[in-house]
Design a protein around this ligand. Sequence first.
Ligand code: AK6
Length: 274
Amino acid sequence: EAYGTVYKWSPRNFELGSFLGHGKFGHVHVAREKSTGFLVAIKTLFKSQIVKSTCERQVMREIEIQSHLKHPNILRLFTWFHDERRIYLVLEFAANGELYKHLINSPKGRFPEYKAAKYIYQVADAVEYCHQNHVIHRDIKPENLLVDYNGDLKLADFGWSVHAPSERRKTMCGTLDYLPPEMINREVYDVSVDHWCIGVLLYEFLVGKPPFESDGENRTKARILALDMVYPHYVPQGAKDLISKLLRKSSKERLSLDAVKCHYWVQNFHSINS
Ligand SMILES: COc1ccc(C(=O)Nc2ccccc2)cc1NC(=O)CCSCc1cnc2[nH]ccc2c1
């Protein structure tokens, strides 16, 4: 808001491009801001659906929180505007799309060590920033991570379900794979749920599937509560050490996000990656 005036954005400022997907409240398109040529993603939310399903105050609060989060690994909400029927969110466009697709299209369906280490560092950094801004439970899982033009991760905090019968897990939308024990036991939870999810995420990066994956929901829950997991032979010792310090039943014993970033297995690759 230079010179004290707030610029009034409107749909006229943008040229709408291809359809990117749809969420529970609306759909997302790539768009080009006309005066700069800058590519963004515009998420159109229908007021009718929002008013029906959540109170407007909560919606405004969520948009307020999102627009203040500024971190290189968190998808930016640049601005928003509305007309009589819709709310438009002007979001950062991650040109390399969904991380999940990169994972399943990798040669062995899993990331090499250096990539897993780079990505887990970036996720830990983004989530630590969220915690410092009193935002928790960012729903960390591959479906909620995007890759930008430079190959860096963006925590996207999707509000959307899959838009096409893609190669995603069937149970994707309600996947239990990332639930920590305290949430299965419906106990009170705190920021350390995110630490658990980062442990599950790192395992999935290196193995290509989450540690407690089972065909039945109850089987998955039982495995989570029993910490019933095995590491394939190719998972390096350093990564096993880090995962085992995050997947702890007692949330207080889980490694801090700073310690994740400083862990020797992550640091070993950080120099190469940065
Ligand atoms: C910061 O991010 C967000 C902030 C807010 C909301 C939101 O919906 N808030 C909400 C919902 C209901 C009521 C009130 C507020 C959503 C997102 N983020 C996404 O929805 C995921 C990426 S969509 C963009 C995007 C970019 N880059 C891509 N590359 C490939 C696909 C793709 C898709």
